[in-house]
Design a protein around this ligand. Structure first.
Ligand code: SF4
Length: 215
């Protein structure tokens, strides 16, 4: 990896060139869908954040990246306002992976898929960071507790301890209040509401989605 010295200013021409390189990198890493976004296309909706609370998700208050420890709605609003560009990244998966029914086998596939998306996001975040975009920050899909610390307690909630997976675990877009369904639909990618009542074979595929804020 080539590490550039921090520049006083990055021209818009250079930013667009770098965004295009990150877009290509995401595809090479296995992302099935990638879109460069202007950050006014990021949609925050207070109701998204409430989906973690009503009904209460099993990961609520179990780790440092899910509510009530995830960035607050007020804080994420201010954070996103500081950025101009982001990369929306999708990973198409089997509908059985994202369905809410199923046993251990499905859990194994779901964990592997979520880890794959996290790894793509992590690579993009690192590439941007070392390319001089030192505020680059990724948000992933689903809980880090169900992706990285499965069946073990969150270490980051213990006093004086940090996350076991600092380079991989990130808050989920939805936990931070982003309306992922709308953002994906606006990007022109088909996405389906998958819940306890839907049969996986009635849906063509599932989609895991993350975002990397670049500059
Ligand atoms: S220690 Fe594990 S559960 Fe806690 S924030 Fe890090 S990845 Fe998530």
């Amino acid at each position: 990896m080539i590490v550039d010295a921090i520049k006083k200013e990055i021209s818009i021409v250079q930013i667009k060139k770098d965004l295009s390189l990150y877009n290509q990198l995401a595809s090479r890493l296995g992302a099935t869908h990638v879109k460069i976004l202007e950050t006014q296309e990021v949609i925050l909706d207070y109701r998204a954040h409430y989906k973690c609370l009503v009904p209460k998700c099993r990961y609520y208050n179990t780790n440092a990246n899910c509510p009530p420890h995830a960035p607050s709605f007020e804080s994420i609003t201010k954070f996103i306002a500081c950025f101009s560009f982001a990369l929306l990244v999708g990973l198409k998966v089997s509908s059985t992976v994202v369905s809410t029914s199923g046993g251990k086998e499905k859990d194994k596939d779901r964990i592997a898929s979520r880890r794959k998306l996290s790894q793509i996001l992590n690579e993009l975040e690192a590439e941007a960071f070392y390319g001089g975009y030192y505020f680059a920050t990724a948000f992933s899909s689903g809980s880090c507790k169900g992706t990285w610390c499965v069946d073990i307690p969150c270490q980051a909630l213990e006093n004086g301890k940090s996350c076991r997976f600092p380079l991989q675990a990130r808050p989920a877009m939805e936990a931070a209040g982003m309306d992922v369904f709308k953002m994906i639909t606006n990007a022109g990618w088909p996405i389906y509401p998958i819940g306890g009542r839907c049969q996986p074979d009635s849906i063509p595929y599932g989609m895991l989605v993350g975002i990397v804020f670049i500059i």
